[in-house]
Design a binder for this molecule. Structure first.
Ligand code: ANZ
Ligand code: ZN
Length: 870
């Protein structure tokens, strides 16, 4: 009987329904089995899933299904990171309500995820814009506020003077507002902050305990926290500044280079600079120019180095005969150290760029090993490597480390205006987390402004502070600000008329605790500590490298903050982290240089060269480089199209097959077709076996000869695939399963002749199905049925490999040298002639007999004896 072609569309829908009806993936918190929590970073509801999602969720699903089969109580939830700007942009551009836009997108993306056949507990689904979710987030905020983890301070925002609105950093493009094109200004606003800096040292130290995180991510987090040990040094002004200051305090990590100081630098926001600006129009103009660059560190880093001389002078702390000018410089940030520096151009690139521009001295004080102190000069590149101190008085000849210490000790002992001239200090780059956003589509910050009482937290019983629905976007700015009534409320403290805070929270807040909420999504408190503590930490978290810093760091901070307020009892939220590579695709361009979608072109291959034409017009198309799939380059492939054509299993299998999961994968049509052919082949194979092999009372355990060999292959594959899946080596397990399917393919030719062999064949078929089930779950269920098995693969236990079948049989062969028996060697039964020869030559007694000379001849009589002619 010829097997019908496997019809993925029909089969997949049917099994999804069955899983759903039987609540197969619904997780019970009271289940006594050992827990396993696997989570993929939840998606932003943009409207459509993309291939990156498919890869991410396919990986997570394999882990979930595998762990379930291994007997764990698996939690595998899904939700939506649903607040944020795109919804507001859609509202402004297309007159949608952000809420409608978001929930419609969620509905279509949910449907797309469902056809992937993911083993998710949909009962736990939520969106961060659900009132129920953000109510609890407001409750957490109030608890953090009470615990001293939240405060207000002035901070700069990007202000669009034409649209009269605050812009997010990503809305500032080359210093201009994204919609108005107006030059962006910096404005000070009072904003809300989380005290993440209280945890700098702890967050840094604990990175070493995250041994199941990629090294790359750990390093990125360390750099972000940016611990540096340095010195605060006080320089005396020649004559006091307009602020009355007699000393200028700076922070340096390189006190060893103090003799190379050539000027001092002040941040444009330094109080001395600001004060000077009040009387000096040039200074004022310069400060204003600096403020237009934007608030992001990146923008400041990229800008040309610029400055202005203040006319102020300071005295060098180690040599009073040296006088240094004080500049205001655009590359110095007010939020770091003291907002002032001493500059050593020879050994710092920014200082060097600045010095070259303003003709300031460049005096090297660190000499590279082997360089000549007389002739060593600095060109356009600062020397930042190790060396010996020179040109530096009492520091000459010291190492950098010793000189740092010597300067610190000397200046600590000197008093200037009654305080030591220097003080050792540890600094962190990590700033407090500003969470205020002047936007509508976010979680309202639950506080009230009262003229008499000041800032008052909303009362717990008054939560939620719900977003109003009747808003409009016809004017720029925050609709909450101009809503006619929403702001009006009464003070929870004195009962007088008062105003609500109109800032909403940064959406990173929403994603900093959702993993905890999934453990008890309906709880009337932010967490059910019992559920959270039993499920957390997440055993395996999977997501993109783009979240390596902020999202993970904020979540780590949040977990500590939640611990402080009793919501959880742990510090680190993610035990295992995996960052998957990107999905890439070839790019195509038309003759006129426009990007073309893969769907609109046709490729032909002749003699190994591929040429492409535009399908509609037949005009030639140039094939470009392989790039990350992106809308801008039009090199995307829609997952739903692929699933409709080939089925979800094929898409999942291909996504997991081609590259190691941490690397980029190249999406190709041929690759997908290869996966599809494999699906069909497996289907035929399983049908073949069920039709030709005979069921009998024989157990596979009676196997001998060929049957035993087949069993060995089965159990070895099982052992290897299990190990691969434990370590997320999806591509390796896929490769092994291709090979194993070949082995079974050959074995089917002997089906129906020997009952013991047939039993081994059934075992092989069953185990094959078990092994690919995490990756191709629908095909697995269908094959399961064909093999006459009860129940669902999705609910059955992972088979255990029989250890006795994992070791190869070995045989011993006697070895004769020049006709005399000298010893014996042990080799695998199926060892080749070459392997036996190698083993012979490697054995001690043969080497001794040959004494370094090559043998004249080796004669192997298979299974019998080895003769060496010396
Ligand atoms: C003198 C010096 C000489 C420096 C030298 C570097 C090299 P990290 O390592 O990131 O902590 N700095 C201090 N405060 C600054 C601010 N507010 N804005 C911009 N730069 C600032 O960096 C510390 C170094 O960055 C400090 O050490 C200071 O320059 C500069 F050969 O002092 B250094
Ligand atoms: Zn009041």
């Amino acid at each position: 009987m010829a097997t019908e072609r496997y019809n993925a569309r029909e089969v997949e829908a049917r099994w999804q329904e069955t899983w759903n009806e039987q609540d197969v993936f619904v997780t019970n918190n009271d289940d006594p089995r050992e827990k396993y929590y696997v989570l993929e970073m939840f998606p932003y509801p943009s409207g459509r899933i993309h291939m990156g999602h498919v890869r991410n969720y396919a990986m997570g699903d394999v882990v979930a299904r595998y762990k379930r089969a291994k007997g764990y109580n698996v939690l595998h939830p899904m939700g939506w990171d649903a607040f944020g700007m795109p919804a507001e942009n859609a509202a402004m551009q297309n007159n949608f309500h952000p809420k409608d836009w978001t929930y419609e997108n969620i509905a279509s993306m949910r449907a797309q995820l469902k056809i992937m056949g993911l083993s998710l507990d949909w009962n736990r689904e939520f969106a961060t814009c659900d009132v129920a979710y953000y109510t609890q987030q407001q409750r957490l905020f109030l608890k953090f506020l009470e615990a001293g983890l939240v405060y207000r301070k002035n901070a700069k925002v990007n202000w669009d003077p034409v649209d009269m609105t605050v812009l997010a950093n990503e809305q500032v493009i080359d210093g201009r507002g994204w919609r108005s094109g107006a030059l962006v200004e910096q404005r000070e606003l009072t904003q809300w902050f989380f005290k993440i800096s209280d945890y700098s040292e702890e967050l840094l130290e604990a990175i070493d305990s995250l041994d199941r995180w990629p090294e790359k991510v750990r390093l990125m987090q360390k750099n972000w926290i940016g611990r540096s040990e340095g010195l605060r040094v006080r320089f005396a002004f020649k004559s006091p500044a307009s602020t009355g200051d007699e000393v200028l305090e700076i922070f340096t990590t390189r006190p060893d280079t103090l003799f190379g100081a050539s000027f001092m630098g002040l941040s444009p926001d330094h109080p001395i600079a600001v004060s000077l600006g009040e009387t000096n129009p040039d200074v004022k103009a310069f400060i204003e120019e600096c403020r237009r660059v934007g608030t992001s560190e990146e923008a400041i880093e990229k800008a040309d180095k610029k400055g202005i001389d203040t006319g102020l002078r300071v005295t060098h702390p180690l040599d009073p005969s040296i006088e240094l000018p004080v500049y205001i410089a655009n590359f110095i940030l007010m939020g770091y150290g003291t907002g002032a520096i001493f500059a050593c151009p020879a050994h710092d690139q920014r200082d060097l760029d600045f010095a070259r521009k303003y003709n300031l001295p460049v005096r090297p004080v660190v000499l590279p090993d082997g360089a000549d102190p007389e002739s060593f000069e600095i060109g356009t590149e600062a020397f930042t490597d190790d060396g010996k101190i020179f040109n530096s008085g009492f520091l000459n000849g010291m190492s950098i480390a010793d000189a740092k210490d010597a300067v610190a000790r000397k200046l600590e002992a000197v008093s200037l205006e009654g305080t030591p001239q220097a003080e050792r200090q540890v600094n962190y780059r990590l700033r407090d987390w500003g969470i205020s956003r002047q936007r509508y589509w976010g979680c309202p910050i639950p506080v009230i402004h009262c003229d008499d009482c000041g800032v008052v937290p909303e009362k717990d019983e008054n939560l939620p502070v719900e977003l109003p629905n009747d808003i409009n976007f016809d004017k720029p700015g925050n609709p909450l600000d101009r809503h006619p009534t929403w702001r009006n409320t009464t003070c929870p403290n004195c009962g007088k008329a008062a105003r609500r805070e109109t800032d909403t929270m940064d959406t990173f807040v929403d994603s900093s605790w959702y993993f905890a909420r999934f453990t008890a999504p309906d709880c009337d408190q932010p967490t059910d500590p019992e559920a959270a503590n039993s499920w957390l930490p997440v055993d395996q978290y999977i997501g993109g490298i783009e979240h390596a810093i902020l999202h993970l760091l904020y979540s780590r901070f949040f977990t500590r903050a939640m611990e402080k307020v009793g919501a959880v009892n742990l510090k680190e939220p993610f035990k295992g982290l995996f960052t998957q590579g990107m999905v890439t695709h070839e790019t195509y361009k038309s003759e006129s240089g426009e990007w073309l979608s893969p769907a609109d072109i046709q490729i032909t291959e002749t003699d190994g060269t591929r040429t492409a034409v535009h399908t509609q017009t037949g005009t030639p198309v140039s094939i470009g480089s392989i790039e990350k799939m992106s809308k801008s380059k039009k090199n995307t492939v829609d997952p739903t199209d692929i699933i409709e054509t080939y089925g979800a299993d094929t898409a999942r299998w291909f996504m997991l097959s081609d590259s190691p999961p941490e690397r980029d994968v190249i999406w190709t049509e041929e690759g997908v077709q290869g996966s599809w052919r494999f699906v069909q082949r497996v289907w035929r194979l399983i049908n073949d076996i069920s039709e030709t092999a005979q069921r009998s009372a024989h157990t596979a355990a009676d196997a001998e000869g060929d049957a035993l060999e087949l069993r060995r292959a089965t159990h070895k594959t099982l052992d290897a695939v299990s190990k691969d899946l434990e370590t997320l080596g999806f591509n390796r397990s896929v490769a092994r399963l291709y090979e194993f399917a070949n082995t079974i393919g050959k074995a089917t030719q002997k089906a129906g002749q020997d009952l013991a062999f047939d039993a081994a064949l059934f075992e092989a078929a069953e185990y094959l199905v078990h092994m690919f089930a995490p990756m191709m779950p629908h095909l697995a269920e269908e094959c399961w049925t064909v093999l006459g098995k009860d129940g669902l693969v999705a609910m059955s236990a992972w088979p255990a490999a029989d250890a006795s079948l994992l070791v190869d049989d070995t045989i011993t062969l006697p070895v004769q040298i020049n006709g005399k028996r000298r010893g014996e060697i042990a080799v695998p039964r199926e060892a080749s002639k070459e392997d036996i020869e190698t083993a012979t030559l490697e054995s001690d007694f043969v080497q001794r007999a040959l004494d370094g000379k090559a043998p004249r001849k080796i004669i192997v009589v298979p299974q019998r004896i080895v003769n060496v002619v010396a």
